[in-house]
Design a protein around this ligand. Structure first.
Ligand SMILES: NC(=O)c1ccc[n+]([C@@H]2O[C@H](COP(=O)([O-])OP(=O)(O)OC[C@H]3O[C@@H](n4cnc5c(N)ncnc54)[C@H](O)[C@@H]3O)[C@@H](O)[C@H]2O)c1
Length: 381
């Protein structure tokens, strides 16, 4: 018997894994079945409440896969532990919805899905950048409304980005991929702020600059800013790619928005609360030349009042990782995390091995467990 809104795969499996949403493809189901798991997955499209997830965990549950929209805190980890659970994976690379300490305290490994979202998310940040710069949604709506009467010299003027300056805050995996797309694609100078220096990226751009010079082209400049403000003051486009924690909550506020150029573009494909959204609405209202491209929102699925009526803001519903390959890859990684822990396998700590889990022969290991060190789990490498 299974509750309404839930389906079962491999009903005879000896272990029980609860997955709060049906994931794309079927490889994830097979990976869990190979670990002898009966998989129970939610089929509702609405976001489940904690008490519904707790009910699904029930009295016996060996592992779970949850979503970034769910609050995996003390209550759910206590329920999972009580039901005998020994493994959890988030179906996301970010895990700000997970209280990792609460899981660690109960000996539960927490998996995430790094690497597979990098290019997809960076590409969406690029899409938002140019949609905002060249006013694509506004022009699209104009065309569909039948108002186009012919080419005009000043119809929908936007911003040219080639050879200007792109700024990144949070130059990790996604920030780096975005920076490379923008610098190599549009020969932009690059400025970034990150609490950790990204020497590899700096070297990459220095070499790229040398290559451009050798080709008789103007080289690009690379700057590591010492403050967030330095990026905001100097860049024509600023894309946000830090993780969300107490140091990045409202990293962009009214005061910092005022530092930006009047016609700058701000892109957020990280997490909504990195921007004070009400302050952004006020800034965009006051500065019609300023533009923003947003994939994420402070109080998702809601938006702050006034945001959706602003013409200088491009908004999409948290779809930065929404490509078939990415979402199936995330499912494979999340399932592999849980299956590996259930099978007693070690943890891989080498990000370069992630593709092996996605294609070809996967190592007998969990691809990414964020609290592996704290729990003293054995490692593969
Ligand atoms: N919109 C989406 O669908 C989507 C998809 C994937 C990831 N994300 C978000 O993007 C984030 C980044 O992903 P990633 O794979 O690049 O992670 P990452 O860990 O590789 O990069 C995060 C970077 O942020 C930096 N950082 C941390 N605190 C900072 C601070 N206070 N100021 C500046 N930089 C700081 C870190 O040093 C690191 O370089 C994730 O945590 C997630 O929240 C969103």
């Amino acid at each position: 018997m299974v509750a309404k809104g839930w389906k079962v795969y491999n009903p005879s499996g000896k272990k029980r894994v609860v997955v709060t949403k049906e994931l794309p493809g079927d490889r994830w189901l097979k990976i869990l079945a190979q670990a002898d798991a009966r998989v129970e997955y939610g089929t509702e499209t609405r976001i489940l409440r904690a008490r519904e997830i707790k009910a699904a965990i029930g009295n016996r549950c060996d592992g779970a896969i949850g979503q970034l929209t769910e609050d995996w805190g003390q209550a759910l980890f206590a329920a999972l532990r009580k039901a005998g659970g020994t493994a959890y994976s988030n179906y996301a690379v970010g895990y700000n919805n997970v209280d990792v300490d609460a899981a660690t305290k109960r000996g539960i490994p927490v998996g995430n899905t790094p690497g597979v979202l990098t290019e997809a998310t960076a590409e969406m940040a690029v899409a938002l950048t140019f949609s905002a710069a060249r006013r694509v949604p506004e022009a699209d709506a104009y065309m569909r409304s039948g108002r186009y009467e012919g080419w005009l010299p000043a119809l929908f003027l936007g911003e040219l980005l080639a050879r200007k300056t792109v700024g990144v805050i949070g130059a990790g995996r996604i920030g780096t991929a975005y920076a490379k797309m923008m610098v190599e694609g549009f020969k932009m100078d690059f400025i970034y702020y990150d609490i950790h220096r990204n020497r590899g990226l700096e070297k990459y751009f220095r070499e790229y600059s040398k290559f451009l010079r050798d080709q008789g082209e103007t080289p690009v400049k690379v700057t590591r800013a010492t403050t967030v403000g330095e990026v905001l003051e100097n860049a024509d486009v600023v894309s946000l790619h830090p993780l969300l924690d107490e140091t990045t909550h409202h990293l962009i506020n009214a005061k910092r928005l005022r530092l930006m150029k009047k016609n700058a573009i701000l892109v957020n494909a990280a997490r909504g609360p990195v921007i004070d959204e009400a302050a952004l609405v006020a800034h965009c209202k006051k500065n019609p030349e300023f533009k923003a491209g947003l994939d994420v929102f402070e109080g998702e699925p809601k938006m702050k009042p006034g945001l959706s009526s602003l013409k200088n803001v491009v908004i999409v519903p948290h779809i930065a990782s929404a490509t078939g390959w990415t979402r199936q890859g995330m499912a494979t990684l999340a399932a592999s995390n849980v299956a590996a822990i259930l099978r007693g396998w070690p943890v891989s700590t080498d990000p370069l091995r992630i593709p092996e889990f996605l294609e070809g022969t996967a190592p007998n290991a969990a691809p990414s467990i964020v609290n592996a060190k704290q729990l003293g789990l054995p490692t593969l490498e």
